[in-house]
Every structure is written in structure tokens, then in C-alpha cells.
Write a protein that binds this ligand. Structure first.
Ligand code: 5GP
Length: 188
């Protein structure tokens, strides 16, 4: 039997990584899709771990060769995309795959795999709460925070296009919700 695709999207600062880590701690057995990107590695990022880091030329060649399930220019000059081959291999091997991509990418993949894919949107309780979390994290300038908040507001406006919405207000509740939803997706 084919595995399932679980596509998780969330504005930055909505607690997505914490919730995905919780699923791993609960013992769910997933293959994580590793995206390709033309951006340079940050900090300790390694090729084939966080991303497959491609040059812009390599990325363009992969587009021409039709190797992407979906791709996007997320920031000007910075491409991100999901490669077809590893996803198809994992699904054929009966593995469940988690994709952590942005809203546009998520909705595109859902169109390609309408029955195998379930889209989950992690929603912060409010744009204001998100801004406070981003300020508290102390990793971005105020200018960058406002850019992220503006993108978040756009993404939240599309949340109703997702199969499942998890509101991450109280972490424990959100953890329970995501475990329940993912269980029902995998067992369906
Ligand atoms: P970052 O550069 O911070 O790792 O990621 C920037 C943005 O690119 C995030 O919003 C992330 O969801 C999105 N992203 C990462 N991989 C993919 C992908 O394969 N496809 C699409 N459409 N977006 C992606």
C-alpha cells in the first residue's frame, strides 16, 4: 500500500518545528522530504540534511528536466522546490512522508496528489501573538519581523483552503490535536 503525504505549512513563529518534533517524539515513523534550494547554506546547515543546496544553474537545469513536483521563487532570486524522485520512492515503499513547505507549495502538491495528500495549517492565535513570539525569539530585526508578519497575514488568509487547521494557542492542546489528526490520516 502506498504511504501518505502529510503537508504542513505555517507562518514562521507559529511553532511548527515544535509540533513536528513532538510527532517524532511520539514515535511516528516518517520520511522527511528534503527540499532543494538555490539559497546558500546558513550556519551549520549541511547538503542533504536541511536542504539539497543547488547553484542557480543547477536549479534551473532541474526545472528544465522536470524533476520538481513543485517549485517556487520564494524570495527574489531564491528558489525552493520539492523533488519528485525521493517522494515517489518513499510513497512506493509504503512510507509516510512529511513535507514542510509554504502555503503555495502545499496547495500545489495537494492538487497533484488529491487523495494521498492531506494539508495541515498551523495557525498562530493571532497576528499580534505571532509578532510577540518573533520579537521574543530575538533572531530577526524589526524590519524582518514586519516582513514575516505581513507574509503570515497573507498565509493565514488562505488557511481555509487546508484540510486541517491546528490552532497553536496552548501548546499542549495543539500537540494533542496534531497527534490525533496525524493518527487518523495514517490509519485511514
Ligand atoms: P528558509 O530559507 O527559511 O529555510 O525557508 C524559506 C521559505 O521557503 C519557508 O517559508 C519554507 O516553507 C519555504 N520552503 C522550503 N522548502 C520549500 C519547497 O520545497 N517548496 C516551497 N514551495 N517552499 C519551500
Amino acid at each position: 500500500m502506498s504511504g501518505k503525504l502529510i503537508i504542513i505549512s505555517a507562518p514562521s513563529g507559529s511553532g511548527k518545528s515544535t509540533l513536528i518534533n513532538h510527532l517524532v517524539e511520539k514515535g511516528f515513523d516518517f520520511t522527511f522530504s528534503i527540499s532543494a534550494t538555490s539559497r546558500a547554506p546558513r550556519g551549520k546547515e549541511q547538503n542533504g540534511v536541511e536542504y539539497y543546496f543547488l547553484s542557480l544553474d543547477e536549479f534551473r537545469k532541474a526545472i528544465e528536466e522536470n524533476r520538481f513536483l513543485e517549485y517556487e521563487e520564494v524570495y527574489p532570486g531564491c528558489f525552493y522546490g520539492t523533488l519528485k524522485e525521493p517522494i515517489d520512492n518513499a510513497l512506493k515503499a509504503g512510507k509516510n512522508v512529511i513535507l514542510d513547505i509554504d502555503v503555495k507549495g502545499a496547495l500545489n502538491v495537494k492538487r497533484l496528489y488529491p487523495t494521498l495528500a492531506t494539508t495541515i495549517f498551523i495557525q498562530p492565535p493571532s497576528v499580534e501573538a505571532l509578532r510577540e513570539r518573533l520579537i521574543g525569539r530575538q533572531t530577526d530585526s524589526m524590519e524582518m519581523i514586519e516582513k514575516r508578519v505581513a507574509k503570515a497575514a497573507q498565509e493565514i488568509a488562505e488557511a481555509n483552503k487546508f484540510d486541517v487547521i491546528i490552532i497553536n494557542d496552548k501548546l499542549e492542546q495543539a500537540q494533542q490535536d496534531i497527534v490525533r489528526e496525524v493518527k487518523s490520516i495514517i490509519e485511514a
